[in-house]
Design a protein around this ligand. Structure first.
Ligand code: AMP
Ligand code: TRP
Length: 348
């Protein structure tokens, strides 16, 4: 890949962009690794742009009616978690054509070798790599376009997206070098907090994921209080009490995961949680965690359900957000066309 170079970032005002796929069922991992942190960024007063990436979702086949439903559900989750559509821009990707336009241009910037190294593609394609869509391979280049169509400088994501953001940096650097411009910012991944990688409740070495066949492995944002509490009480652990330092969690992935989840939900550090629960048995810690999880998640689930009663209102919010997003991205992508030498006579 291109050598990482320090480009002067001063010319790019701070702007946050992030996205979530509407491919069904948001989990506690999405909430702690993404949504909750999106809200924190909004509260910091930085310009925040959040997107339901429906074009990314169709890299694997989606039932059209379900896709619409899941896009609304995702938007409802953003709002229920605290995203204010008046302060942040909230929209779905397909309503702003700048994304796919820039995505194509980036397909011509990104190198096959770079794309072939993407571990998410390798994981998703598995042994089936001859038979997955071309879109699945190109996925990270569209993701770079999502971000750079806004010249976003900071991208809050979970740990699993780090490699895609490194690719975004490489694409920005290569574009700038190829055309001799300082056009795109080199984005900073924002991977922070106690739960950048929430693990499965059944296996502390696997990421909590909506695609895990076992529903017991995850907490869904649509789970009711009872289900949440049961899943936490049944979460896999070991027989030891909690240690008195983080070091003592090193070889205990399940225990470490529950401590991280507690910390992220409570807004504490993992160190603080260990201090409070040193020597506690899981018989004590799990019910405390279950109570905390229900207290934090139940209001969000209830609000999501309320919002989902009025799909037309959600669509209206997404439409309004798309207009605001387009107003930023359109001129940027128009300038890209000029930079790369496309005739733009239609616009006079
Ligand atoms: P996805 O659901 O794959 O579209 O992911 C949406 C966002 O949630 C991304 O920023 C991911 O990094 C984040 N995310 C997904 N699963 C997890 C997890 N288990 N732990 C932390 N963050 C996650
Ligand atoms: N690839 C991200 C994921 O799987 C979703 C995504 C698409 C995204 N475009 C983005 C995240 C732009 C951050 C910025 O979670």
């Amino acid at each position: 890949m291109a050598e990482p170079v320090q480009t002067p970032q001063a010319s790019f005002p701070p702007r946050i962009f992030s996205g979530i796929q509407p491919s069904g069922g948001l989990t506690l991992g999405n909430y702690l690794g993404a949504l909750k942190r999106f809200v924190e960024k909004q509260e910091e007063g930085i310009e925040t742009i959040y997107c339901m990436v429906d074009m990314h979702a169709i890299t694997v086949w989606q039932d059209p009616e379900k896709l619409r439903q899941q896009t609304r559900e995702g938007a409802a989750a953003f709002i229920a978690a605290g995203i204010d559509p008046a302060r942040s821009i909230l929209f779905n990707q397909s309503q702003v054509s700048a994304h796919v336009e820039l995505g194509w241009i980036f397909n011509c910037i990104a190198r096959m070798g770079w794309m072939s190294r993407m571990t998410q593609f390798k994981d998703k394609a598995g042994k089936n790599s001859e038979n997955v869509s071309l879109g699945l391979f190109a996925y990270p280049s569209l993701m770079a376009a999502d971000i750079l169509a806004y010249k976003a400088t900071h991208v809050p994501v979970g740990e699993d997206q780090k490699q895609h953001l490194e690719l975004t940096r490489d694409i920005a650097i290569k574009f700038n070098n190829d055309y001799g411009v300082d056009f795109f910012p080199v984005v900073e991944p924002v991977i922070e907090g106690a739960a950048t990688r929430v693990m499965s409740l059944r296996d502390g070495t696997k990421k909590m994921s909506k695609s895990d066949p076992s529903d017991q492995s995850r907490i869904n944002l649509t789970d009711d209080a009872d289900t949440i509490a049961k899943k936490i009480r049944k979460a896999k652990t070991d027989p030891e009490p909690l240690p008195d330092s983080l070091d003592g969690l090193k070889d205990r992935p399940e225990a470490r995961n529950l401590v991280n989840i507690y910390a992220a939900l409570a807004g504490h550090t993992a160190e603080q949680v260990i201090r409070d629960y040193a020597g506690a048995q899981f018989g004590t810690f799990k019910p405390a965690l279950a109570d905390l999880a229900v207290a934090k998640l139940e209001p969000i689930t209830l609000e999501m359900n309320r919002l989902m009663q009025d799909p037309a209102e959600i669509d209206r919010i997404l439409g309004k957000g798309a207009e605001r997003a387009d107003a930023i991205a359109r001129p940027i992508v128009d300038q890209v066309y000029d930079v790369i030498g496309m005739i733009r006579s239609r616009r006079g």
